[in-house]
Design a protein around this ligand. Structure first.
Ligand code: HEC
Length: 125
């Protein structure tokens, strides 16, 4: 009888310990939380506003805006004008990699992909 009680106690202790381990495991997992990264949800189609802020404004509007004379007849300042050109923008930026033209510093791969994703996902506002 005494031996049985001891075994029972050991069993309970073993279960308690393993539950404790499991508890640590889960609390560690929940602490790490969702990935904190760019505001853009992964896989979501980028908007014109995102592309304008990250790429067009710093890298394109110095030539492709009304105040710069809309070089090449291209204006990227508004959604309407950029939307109509999405295919050509994708071609120049992502396929030919010829915009912005030398000697401007080339776009990063991330910027090219952002423009490409926008153009290919329907060029949303
Ligand atoms: C230094 C000035 C300059 C900058 C900066 C510039 N471009 Fe251009 N872009 C031009 C000129 C000049 C043309 C017309 C001649 C040509 O097509 O090469 C042109 C033409 C274009 C065209 C029309 C091509 C066609 O189909 O005929 C597109 C689209 C374009 N640019 C997109 C962009 C984008 C997007 C950016 C920014 C990532 C950009 N450009 C940055 C000067 C610039």
């Amino acid at each position: 009888m005494r031996i049985r009680m001891a075994m029972l106690a050991a069993g309970v202790a073993a279960i308690t310990i393993s539950c404790g381990d499991l508890g640590d495991f889960y609390s560690q997992k929940s602490q790490s939380g969702p990935e904190s990264g760019p505001s853009q949800a992964p896989g979501a189609a980028p908007s014109y506003q995102t592309v304008r802020t990250q790429v067009f404004a710093p890298r394109c509007l110095s030539c492709h805006s009304a105040s710069a004379g809309n070089e090449g007849g291209i204006n990227l300042e508004t959604y309407d004008s950029a939307h109509a050109l999405a295919g050509r923008i994708d071609q120049k930026v992502y396929v030919e990699k010829s915009m912005p033209p030398a000697p401007s510093q080339p776009l990063s791969d991330a910027d090219r992909e952002l423009v490409h994703d926008w153009a290919q996902s329907g060029a949303s506002p």
